[in-house]
Design a protein around this ligand. Structure first.
Ligand code: IVH
Length: 676
């Protein structure tokens, strides 16, 4: 049956009208019609589509909830990694940032773009020919989850963009948030239903986006605010213009942002929002200061995981007072014993706090803390609250002096406090608390990413004697029959768990190295070591001097790695991992080399280079995810100009394409590629 002209036409008009109303509501915050009138339009579209299903295209306003239930989110690789921001809490650090920017750009008055730092969850959204195609979480910055079905339910996020003159591929990044009032309402409902409460709006936004049923996500009324346009668009050469452009496309952008021509205005903006944050319908945790000009951003570049052209200037911690009910002890994966305050629950900056870190013995002694004291707690930038002060005037009678424990709470071995260290350690490598923590770390997302192996499961498997180390994970399948007998396990979850363990053997070598839990070896250092040594066996036998040759690896790290691999127990675990077939060489991990300066961007080379041949430079660009083209156009991201560069450089200048010299190019390369 074909669709009558009149029906198709009416459908088209209604869709256009609905999109226009969405734009007015979400982007301009200036709705023209009532909710009831809007719903009537939507109902009419639904009726037409029921009569003529051909009209039901994926970008129709009725298609926000597909009803599909996603079992597992596919992993996607970000073409351009999703970086994070360096944080600061005080003016001095901000001024230091300003100094570095001026020095890096060799200008006195850089122009900044300041934005609210919205406290939600980052989302990368891709449009193809103006239609929403994919939405992914940040994940570890390199890879995230494809949560398109859930993102489509966010009404602020257009399924179809407004402007016609668009690049065919466009990626927008921003923050998904739950408004404070929606969060409170949701928690009330959950409390009434006897469900677990969300700690704060951010957790509930994040938890909602990870739901498997998009129909539930649709009821949660999430919002989206864009703050990054990925890739280059002609004429869009500043952050301010990029946000204007996104608004014209119908995408809501981070509100209340401003161009600040001086650092004093940046400070004023920060002070203003520190005092007015409660007037906003959503949570913010600071402001973001960005160099406005894209060309200047390129010149400043990126270090490790964050750009040099931006900084998060956070608000200072919020405080509360409460009662210290007890002090308990946690044993970390390195054996560190951390005292933890057990508190009478108290609300603080959007969540309820019942535990806070007490750092170490000296800290407790310095405050002279006793159980029963009234303490001040603060939530800083990190999620872990801390005790910062004690009110001795309110100390009740008959409290006892507090003494740090001398035996491990998990294995009862005698604790030691090495000279020069602030912490007490449990030195028993087989201590069950440490074993649990090491396995949990090994399985965590940033490490081997073994789904279904959270703290509770690890706890059971260690207690029930299935696991004594992370190497035991890879022989767990031999105990299958006994595993399914465990409480809360069963056939299906055991199969799933064993499959995820098996899948983890494919993680890149640097992730394995991070997962192994060597002191001072986080994900960045692991990557440096993996690239430099190329294989686990090479690293195992390396001398500290070989390691300190790498930029970013100092004697402290080198010593720690060396000590780790000298330990017979650790060597044995390592050999067992290799025997289990985990990826332990670099050659097996291919697409790990992408760098934001290069990934997905087109380069043009011109003039004579001093350090490389043209072919070498091209190979380097391609290795880190870029492409090289022979001629300059509006699609060129960067021109690398050597000596005696001619017409290509002129053309780049005319088009406003950033031009860099060889020094700047060298600065973008990892050390391993420049120390030739
Ligand atoms: S810019 C490299 N702008 O803060 C640029 N981020 O630590 C990175 N965020 O992952 C992002 N508001 O989730 C940027 N106006 C804003 C932001 C913002 C919130 C979040 C975002 C990001 C994290 C950075």
């Amino acid at each position: 049956m074909s669709v009558p002209r009149s029906a198709a036409q009416r459908h088209g008009e209604l869709c256009t009208a609905i999109r226009q109303h969405d734009y007015r509501y979400y982007v301009l915050a200036d709705p023209e019609i009532s909710d009831a009138a809007y719903d009537a339009l939507l109902r009419e579209v639904e009726e037409l589509e029921r009569d003529y299903p051909e009209l039901r295209t994926p970008d129709s306003p009725t298609q926000r909830v597909g009803g599909a239930v996603t079992r597992e989110f596919p992993t996607v690789t970000h073409d351009v990694p999703m970086l994070s921001l360096a944080n600061t809490y005080d003016e001095a650090d901000l001024l230091e940032f300003h100094r570095r920017v001026r020095e890096g750009l060799r200008i006195e008055h850089p122009v900044y773009h300041v934005e609210l730092k919205i406290d939600g969850m980052a989302l990368a959204v891709r449009y193809h020919d103006g239609t929403l195609r994919r939405a992914a979480t940040r994940g570890d910055g390199m890879q995230g989850d494809d949560i398109t079905a859930n993102a489509r339910t966010i009404r602020a996020l257009p399924l179809r963009l407004r402007e016609e003159a668009l690049p065919s591929d466009l990626e927008v990044r921003g923050e998904v948030v739950m408004y404070k009032d929606d969060f409170l309402r949701l928690n009330e409902e959950r409390s009434a239903a006897g469900e677990k409460l969300f700690a704060n709006p951010r957790n509930s936004a994040a938890g909602t986006l990870k739901l498997q049923d998009s129909a539930i996500v649709a009821t949660r009324n999430l919002h989206f605010f864009a703050y990054t346009l990925v890739g280059s668009v002609p004429e869009i050469d500043t952050q301010a213009r990029a946000l204007d452009f996104l608004r014209r496309l119908g995408i809501p952008v981070t509100p209340h942002s401003r161009v600040c021509p001086s650092i004093d205005e940046v400070l004023d903006y920060w002070r203003h929002w520190e005092n007015h944050r409660d007037t906003l319908p959503f949570e913010i945790d600071g402001v973001v200061v960005k160099v406005n000009d894209f060309r200047q951003q390129t010149i400043l570049g990126t270090v490790a995981k964050s750009p040099r052209w931006a900084i998060a200037f956070k608000f200072s911690a919020r405080q509360a007072e409460t009662l210290l009910e007890d002090i308990v002890f946690q044993v970390g994966r390195m054996g560190t014993v951390t005292p933890v305050a057990v508190l009478r629950p108290v609300p603080l900056a959007g969540s309820t706090i019942s535990r806070a870190t007490l750092h170490n013995e000296d800290f407790i002694n310095a405050l002279g803390l006793r159980i029963g004291d009234t303490v001040t707690i603060e939530k800083g930038g990190d999620v872990i609250p801390k005790v910062t002060a004690v009110d001795l005037a309110r100390r009740p009678a008959r409290t006892k002096e507090f003494h740090f424990i001398t035996k491990c709470p998990a294995c009862a071995s005698t604790l030691v406090r090495p000279e020069g260290e602030a912490s007490w350690f449990c030195e028993n490598v087989e201590c069950p608390a440490q074993v649990r923590a090491r396995i949990t770390h090994f399985a965590s997302r940033g490490a081997m990413d073994i789904e279904g192996l959270g703290e509770a499961v690890v706890d059971t498997l260690v207690t029930e004697d299935f696991l004594h180390s992370y190497a035991d994970l890879y022989t767990l399948s031999t105990h299958r029959a006994r595993l399914v007998e465990l409480e809360r396990f069963g056939e299906r979850s055991v199969t799933k768990l064993l499959e995820s363990i098996d899948a983890s053997t494919q993680r890149p070598f640097d992730r394995l190295l991070h997962a192994m839990g060597i002191r001072f070896v986080g994900s960045s250092v692991a990557r440096l070591l993996a690239r430099h040594f190329g294989s686990l066996t090479a690293l195992m036998d390396a001398e500290p001097a070989h390691m300190t040759a790498i930029d970013g690896v100092g004697p402290r790290i080198a010593e720690s790695v060396h000590r780790f691999f000298r330990d017979p127990h650790m060597r044995n675990l390592t050999q067992r991992l290799i025997a289990a077939g985990v990826t332990h060489t670099m050659a097996q991990a291919v697409d790990d080399a992408r760098l934001p300066f290069f990934a997905g961007r087109t380069f043009v080379l011109t003039g004579t280079l001093q350090h490389f041949t043209r072919d070498q430079a091209k190979a380097l660009i391609e290795r880190y995810g870029g492409t090289v083209s022979g001629s300059v156009s509006k699609n060129t991201a960067v021109v690398l100009a050597g000596m005696d560069a001619g017409s290509k450089r002129e053309k780049a200048r005319a088009l406003g394409v950033p031009i860099i010299d060889e020094e700047e190019f060298l600065m973008q390369l990892p050390e391993t590629d420049t120390s030739r």
